[in-house]
Design a binder for this molecule. Structure first.
Ligand code: PRP
Ligand code: ADE
Length: 174
């Protein structure tokens, strides 16, 4: 079992959700028991000695591997959600999309100044979503912030926008 195997079971769906987009569909990797456990094991090995105290997953595909990885690391899990879903006091960040704008939010008390936070999502494209999440976690005063993706669309150079993170790691690159 290796990264190439996981890559081989990620389905490419052309022209979804609109013409010209090559959609990387992780459902075919998640339903494969060997690929699912490999992804969690591999990320655990990468992060186990980095002192992570919280994994912050981005809705919704960051809510799949994120909590499993957090449990393996002995860390807590924090939800970064689309607006209007979190019940207590939140901090928000808006960011540009290809067309228009989107907002994410997190509970203000989700992270403290002693936390080493791993922001996790399934995929890095332009980096707008991840940058907004990184800034949210930095603004609430985390000690340091690392960022992780299962997949990076490297040709879009989203990592360039995440230079204020301690570390950025994507398991699979296209
Ligand atoms: O790097 P970016 O250009 O910001 O794009 C990446 C984001 O887009 C996808 O989420 P989507 O908005 O499709 O939501 P979902 O996870 O709920 O499917 C993906 O899961 C990332 O969160
Ligand atoms: N090409 C893509 N595949 C899957 N999710 C995405 N989110 C943004 N771009 C994507």
């Amino acid at each position: 079992m290796n990264i190439e195997y996981v890559k081989s079971v990620i389905r490419n769906v052309p022209d979804f959700p609109k013409p010209g987009i090559q959609f990387k569909d992780i459902t075919t990797a998640l339903k494969d028991p060997k690929a699912l456990s490999f992804m969690i094991d591999h990320l655990y090995e990468y992060y186990k000695d980095k002192g992570i105290t919280k994994v912050a997953g981005i809705e919704s595909r960051g809510f799949i591997i994120g909590p499993a990885l957090a449990a393996r690391l002995g860390a807590g899990f924090v939800m970064i959600r689309k607006p209007g879903k979190l019940p207590a006091d939140t901090i928000q960040k808006s960011y540009a999309l290809e067309y228009g704008e989107d907002t994410i939010e997190m509970h203000k008390d989700a992270i403290g100044e002693n936390d080493v936070v791993l922001v996790h999502d399934d995929l890095l494209a332009t980096g707008g979503t991840a940058l907004a999440a990184l800034e949210l976690v930095q603004e609430v005063g985390a000690k340091s912030v690392l960022v992780n993706f299962l997949i990076e669309l490297a040709f879009l150079d989203g990592t360039a926008r995440l230079s204020s993170a301690e570390d950025v790691y994507a398991m699979i690159k296209y």
